[in-house]
Write a protein of this length. Structure first.
Length: 81
């Protein structure tokens, strides 16, 4: 179920265009690779890394998006015009 949820979220992020294209691909790759490779020991750290990194970066982009939306349009000072 988690892999299906990650796939649906990746499709939504891909279609929105608000994140770089590598991010949804890393999410899907990180979700699917756990079915192929073992997740025990030190190898498990490297297997889970793409999914963890993609989750953190997704949160960062979401935070940036909300922050910009709350700030509204930015006007330039008179000296910069």
């Amino acid at each position: 179920m988690i892999a299906l949820a990650v796939l649906m979220m990746a499709i939504g992020l891909w279609r929105s265009g608000n994140v770089p294209k590598w991010l949804p691909m890393a999410m899907v790759l990180g979700s699917l690779i756990t079915f192929v490779l073992p997740t025990d020991g030190l190898l498990g750290v490297f297997v889970e890394a793409p999914q963890a990194i993609a989750s953190v970066v997704t949160g960062w982009y979401a935070w940036r998006f909300v922050r910009r939306a709350r700030m509204g349009p930015v006007s330039l000072p008179e000296a910069a015009r």
